[in-house]
Design a protein around this ligand. Structure first.
Ligand code: HEM
Length: 137
């Protein structure tokens, strides 16, 4: 039997699944001592970021594209330029995401595919001058 190829968005369970992932992600950021440095870069109220990152990831994972409509155009590396982000901050972000994916108990191949994409995006968010984005400055 052939199965239709599903997007990561569909495999996570659509909007509700992505929002759940992002809630778990910011919950980890809020509570893991290892993530304290990046928690301190964010506003005290994380609720607006739950909304923003959910809408962003819904589009990025193959669901409806509503980010620009709701929040304006975003270029992810440029959005992070105001913040000091080196390898340690990148790894803190990725640790929170890995823990959130573990909590969701999704299939390993989906978790690895998502972590691969997050790893690449997070690397582009570095502002310590050793990645491709910063070297253009
Ligand atoms: C590499 C480590 C990262 C750090 C330390 C970081 C940190 C931040 C901070 C401090 C903000 C502003 C939050 C606020 O306004 O309170 C932000 C915004 C944002 N981040 Fe990240 N981030 C990282 C990686 C990522 C990645 C990998 C993605 C996407 C997969 C992402 C997506 C976003 C989005 C969509 C926004 C909102 C942008 C805007 O308001 O224009 N971030 N991030």
């Amino acid at each position: 039997m052939t199965e239709a190829i599903q997007s990561p968005y569909e495999r996570l369970g659509g909007d509700a699944g992505v929002v759940r992932l992002v809630e778990l992600f910011y919950d980890r950021m809020d509570t893991l001592p290892e993530a304290a440095t990046i928690r301190a870069l964010h506003a005290s109220d994380l609720a607006p970021m739950v909304d923003k990152l959910s809408v962003f990831l819904i589009g990025w994972m193959g669901g409806p594209e509503n980010y620009t409509k709701r929040f304006g155009r975003v270029i992810i590396p440029a959005a992070h330029e105001p913040f000091p982000i080196g390898p340690s901050e990148r790894d803190q972000w990725l640790l929170c995401m890995r823990r959130a994916l573990e909590d969701l108990k999704i299939e390993d191949d989906l978790a690895e595919m998502l972590m691969d994409g997050f790893g690449r995006m997070a690397e582009m968010c570095r502002t310590d001058g050793t990645d491709g984005a910063s070297s253009r400055r």
